[in-house]
Design a protein around this ligand. Structure first.
Ligand SMILES: C[S@@+](CC[C@H](N)C(=O)[O-])C[C@H]1O[C@@H](n2cnc3c(N)ncnc32)[C@H](O)[C@@H]1O
Length: 189
């Protein structure tokens, strides 16, 4: 997957930055991080979302497996690092919140991913997810196009994802859905 995003990294901000701008604003509002909190933008890519919150939080870490996506992260406050989201190497119970924006459906080992998130989140920590939604007809079209033209993807629907998180000890705090995607904020017990 890293190579796939390496290919589009130089163009990512121009296209996705525009398309996702309002969505990132809404996500930042939902997350509402404080100056005491340490956040991880997991699969954070070029840091489009991290840039939105970095001045409000104590620290923003970003981990991504694509070297060329990471190269686009602005130098300065965002603490970026190359790595695998299913095995991050961060200490346990380290983060107040983890952000997973447009990442879950790119990862085949979703069980490992959720276990890793549960490991590195503090009790009471939050998980903010932005995802294509298989429960919506347009979401199925978007996921199908990604599969066809971009890379193999492993999408989910909001309900199945929410049930899965609940089984793993997360409680839903907020959600926002549109015709093709969802944003959800969960709290870890
Ligand atoms: C669609 S981009 C989203 C980037 C960013 N989160 C955003 O919303 O702009 C998906 C990102 O997930 C990263 N990614 C995919 N699988 C990964 C994995 N196993 N570990 C770390 N990063 C991964 C890709 O390299 C890519 O940067």
């Amino acid at each position: 997957m890293g190579r796939t995003f390496d290919r589009i990294a130089p163009h990512y901000d121009r296209w996705i930055g525009r398309f996702m701008s309002r969505r990132f604003d809404l996500m930042a509002e939902l997350l509402a991080c404080s100056s005491e909190e340490v956040i991880l933008d997991l699969g954070g890519g070029t840091g489009l979302f991290s840039r939105r919150i970095v001045d409000r939080c104590k620290a923003v870490h970003l981990l991504d497996e694509s070297p060329l996506m990471i190269e686009q992260v602005p130098a300065g406050k965002i603490l970026s690092r190359l790595g695998n989201a299913t095995e991050t190497g961060y200490p346990g119970r380290f983060f107040d919140a983890v952000v997973l924006s447009d990442v879950y459906h790119h990862i085949r080992e979703q069980d490992l991913l959720l276990s890793e998130i549960a490991r590195i989140l503090k009790p009471g920590g939050r998980l903010l997810v932005n995802e294509v939604d298989l429960d919506r007809a347009l979401g199925r079209v978007v996921a199908g196009m990604e599969n066809l033209f971009f890379a193999e993807v492993y999408p989910t629907g909001f309900q199945a994802f929410s049930d899965l998180l609940e089984q793993r000890g997360f409680a839903l705090l907020e959600k926002a859905r549109d015709l093709w995607s969802f944003i959800g904020l969960w709290q870890f017990r």
